[in-house]
Design a protein around this ligand. Sequence first.
Ligand code: G3H
Ligand code: 13P
Ligand code: ZN
Length: 337
Amino acid sequence: MPLVSMRQILDEAAKKGYGVPHFNVNNMEQSQAIMSGAEEVESPVIMAASKGALEYSDIIFLRNIMNACIEKYPKIPIALHLDHGTSVEICQTAIDLGFSSVMMDGSLQKDGKTPRDFDSNIEITRKVVNIAHPLGITVEGELGCLGGIEDGIGSGREKLTDPGQVKEFVEKTKVDALAVAIGTSHGAYKFKIKPSPDKNLLAMDIIRKIHELCPDLHMVMHGSSSVPQELIAQINKYGGAIPETYGVPLWAIQEGIKAGVRKVNVDTDLRLAVTATIRKFMKENPEQFDPRKYLGLSRDAMKKIVMERYTKFGSAGHAFDYEPMSLNDMKKFYEND
Ligand code: G3H
Ligand code: 13P
Ligand code: ZN
């Protein structure tokens, strides 16, 4: 212990009104940054692996990196989560590997691109819940498609989550958390203009409406990297060529958290931190060739970001608030649900 279910982490976050960052992990240095940052600020951890991460690092390696986190930090509650599972089979693989949480992203078909219709999303998500809950494992679903609203990058407002569908979806699937589409998108190229409260790039009204209709629902914001401008500047200063681009501001995430967002997905910001660090190091130290030098520095840069997110989303200081529940305890929780 404590490998915990994501459900417990989010239930506890809801009780006190804070959000918990979800960080994607692909390698050892990332996992170390996520954990040592969490230990320093005393935050619970949601560590996620995408299908791409499982393929890149190899399932066995990644699972053991995650296991090492649990062994090294036995007091910090950690949920191991599958990000964007696109089929029942991939969710089953993650469950077999010992993940305590899976996302069945039924908003899209198996190709990960084509939107799936509402009924078929309910059906496939429900199948995963039927497998996961009897084992005490959490399930996140998704309604609506990610993509910018009016910058021409994404899918337009019509693909965003329809608040009118949420109650039915949650009741029929029994998901523990729901990813909502409000105009964010994955990666560094989210917005061509800087979001501000008077520019309507994010549909915060959708989050508020869902919270009004389903006050107990744990909402998840994907595509929530903030794309720090100092990292973009550093990458470009040392040979990169990233065009002008903006991410989701921390104030917008904090607004979402006030209205029921409990998990905030961040991947790109850690990638930017690594790239900015390595580009600078290579340029300034052309005689160096020991990867531990620049990977160690990139781990420090990632740790700085994760600590800021734990603090700004409000999960810092809450790691030891509650008694971690085992997956066996969670089985009983679902039996009585
Ligand atoms: O959902 C997107 C995450 O950033 C994971 O990205 O599929 O490249 O690992 P990935
Ligand atoms: P970013 O690309 O904004 O970091 O989003 C990550 C994400 O949503 C992972 O599921
Ligand atoms: Zn995502």
